[in-house]
Design a protein around this ligand. Structure first.
Ligand SMILES: NC(=O)c1ccc[n+]([C@@H]2O[C@H](COP(=O)([O-])OP(=O)(O)OC[C@H]3O[C@@H](n4cnc5c(N)ncnc54)[C@H](O)[C@@H]3O)[C@@H](O)[C@H]2O)c1
Length: 322
């Protein structure tokens, strides 16, 4: 799809960061925008921004883990704009990080519930409506570069994002006959408000094994301030959608990055590969010692980001690198 004029776009998490960038870019290209978000303050300011740009925009308060709420939001979008969306952006997401061995059920239930469950709910809610409308269209899911591999402090997030990447392939294959394209976006660091994720963590899922406090949030705020602009990211996505790509790695060296990460998985699958990885790890460690980027590492070590909740007593930090 290249002509967005009059098309209806439904964007979860569309009131901030990555989703707002998508709303701005596709809105300026002529689409009517329905943003859905759990935060009313984000909705209010995003609608003001979009309307001030001359974009036809509607906001709906939605928790993407609420299936009934999702159906009601889809009804509302259809009532306001006349058709189900031709453009569906499943973008809402949250993060929290800490040692995998400290993760609680609540850490998993929240992060996987929003980042994977929210996408599943979006697909189950909207795909039948999009097919029945017979207007074709495109579904874009925002996963993360972090979904291509695991990480010692990223377990629930990486698992959810890996599943979203995988879902992209399934739905790409399934929806092609209906003229509905599917693209998965896999960015690294983006300038956004994701450091405030904890504000939307449900009270009933408050038990965390991770160290989350003002200092770690501040570290993340500074980290994301250095990320890619959401508009630039949305441009990468739009180009990828128009080219019919299933995956968008929004970097000039995206293909090289993918080769590197998949070569790790190939190495994982043989004794020789494991030996190669060990050598590589030693090389990286010695280069790191001589590298000034260690200064940046220091900032996060000092912030306590990625560490265990202080009341956890089974983490042996002497065995950990940082
Ligand atoms: N910021 C990054 O560095 C980065 C990197 C890779 C992937 N991503 C992904 O991009 C997506 C958007 O995140 P962002 O960085 O723009 O963060 P953000 O916090 O700026 O925007 C996310 C929006 O989603 C909303 N949201 C959170 N939980 C929700 C729920 N249960 N229901 C509905 N809305 C909810 C938030 O209120 C917020 O407005 C996420 O899926 C995130 O995992 C972000």
């Amino acid at each position: 799809m290249k002509d967005y004029n009059g098309k209806v776009a439904f964007i979860t998490g569309g009131a901030s960061g990555v989703g707002l960038g998508q709303a701005q870019l596709f809105g300026q290209a002529g689409a009517k925008i329905c943003i859905a978000d759990i935060r009313q303050d984000h909705l209010d300011s995003a609608l003001e921004t979009l309307r001030s740009m001359g974009i036809e925009a509607h906001g709906v308060k939605l928790d993407v883990t609420d299936r009934e709420g999702y159906a009601a939001a889809a009804d509302e979008c259809e009532r306001v704009f006349g058709t189900p969306p031709q453009l569906l952006f499943l973008t809402a997401g949250v993060n929290t990080f800490g040692p995998a061995e400290c993760s609680t059920y609540d850490d998993y239930d929240w992060v996987i519930g929003v980042n994977l469950g929210g996408v599943v709910n979006g697909l189950v809610t909207f795909v039948p409506r999009m097919i029945k409308a017979g207007l074709g269209g495109h579904i874009a899911m925002t996963a993360s570069w972090g979904g291509f591999e695991g990480g010692a402090i990223t377990a629930p997030y990486a698992a959810a994002k890996a599943a979203v990447i995988n879902l992209g392939d399934s739905y790409y294959q399934a929806l092609k006959p209906y003229g509905i394209g599917v693209t998965v976006l896999t960015p690294e660091n983006v300038k956004s408000n994701i450091f405030e994720s904890n504000m939307t963590r449900p009270e009933g899922m408050g038990a965390t094994g991770y160290n989350v406090d003002e200092k770690t949030i501040d570290f993340l705020r500074n980290f994301h301030a250095r990320g890619m602009e959401p508009i630039e990211l949305a441009k990468w996505l739009k180009d990828g959608m128009e080219a019919g790509q299933v995956v968008v790695v929004p970097y000039a060296d995206g293909e090289e990055k993918l080769k590197e990460v998949y070569s790790k998985w190939i190495n994982y699958a043989s004794p020789e590969g494991m030996a190669r990885l060990e050598e590589l790890e030693k090389k990286v460690e010695s280069e790191k010692d001589a590298d000034r980027s260690v200064v940046q590492d220091d900032a996060f070590v000092k912030s306590g980001w990625g560490k265990a909740n202080p009341n956890i007593d089974w983490v042996d930090s002497s065995k950990k690198k940082q």
